[in-house]
Write a protein that binds this ligand. Sequence first.
Ligand code: B12
Ligand code: SF4
Ligand code: SF4
Length: 231
Amino acid sequence: MTFSSSSADDMAAALCANGLIPRGGFNFTPGDAPPTGLSGAPAKSVLLVGQAGAAPWPHFLRWREKQPRTISNPLDSWSRQVIGAVAERFGARAVSPSDKPYLPFQQWAMRAEGLKPSPLGILMHPRYGLWHAYRGALLFEDEIQVEASQKVIHLCDACVGKPCMKSCPVDAYSEEGFAYQSCLAHVRGLKGEQCRSGGCLDRNACPYGVAYRYPAEVQAFHMASFAPMVG
Ligand code: B12
Ligand code: SF4
Ligand code: SF4
């Protein structure tokens, strides 16, 4: 099946039923090295799938209740299942942000939605702030009709105090990048309870997108998969 603008509403509805949303897309151009589509030929276009705020959470929890407790990477498995079913219906190949080698999801997102990175590395969205993510992408072997990305205000440019750079107890984020090991040691350590139970203090310090901020329960879930206490 060829994906066209007439399929876009059906696809959005199928994603929305699971708390997911289309996050823009684009047609690859000759300078790109696109991944393969369904048949193994290079894909001609990509459509990103993601979330605004924690909208998928209740859908994910319902699914998880029926899974074995020991399931590893459950959110990833849920995303692959839901997005895989949509891909099958619309004749696309589904890929995941955790597929290795890593696919350039943030570069694709910058191209699709005109976003730019915040000082934390997370892309800054004009409405959702730092509270959004990508759960997969659909690769098509035909060109798709998508709106060209608009010029988007990058809120970080006008953010004078940059509170996101001042709240981490171990200054893990700096102009040199993200000190992954320092963050991990703090989160797992005796003083890391606040990060473990309520999420990253730097991310929570951003004043934008607060209506989309993930609830503490969701932030604790993500933190536990980022910094498991065992292993
Ligand atoms: C590896 C990885 C990490 C590594 C970073 C290592 C590194 N220096 O690259 C670690 C484990 C540190 C990390 C942490 C986090 N990550 Co991460 N990560 C990834 C992953 C799986 C691959 C990145 C990559 O190499 N891509 C391949 C290159 C070729 O693609 P790219 O688009 O050019 O990659 C960009 C990123 O690497 C980015 N980058 C570089 N360093 C860092 C560090 C951080 C913290 C982030 C967010 C981005 C980032 O710069 C590149 C150019 O734009 C991506 C998913 C993906 N497939 O991209 C998620 C991804 C970038 N992560 C994401 C997030 C949200 C986080 C966290 C903030 C939250 C979390 N997952 O719990 C944490 C930070 C922990 C905290 N303190 O709260 C989101 C960002 C969403 C957004 N709105 O922009 C992504 C896109 C996953 C998703 N499902 O949406 N992450
Ligand atoms: S606190 Fe300011 S600089 Fe930091 S992410 Fe939010 S808007 Fe951007
Ligand atoms: S999770 Fe905690 S330790 Fe890690 S960067 Fe955020 S505030 Fe710092």
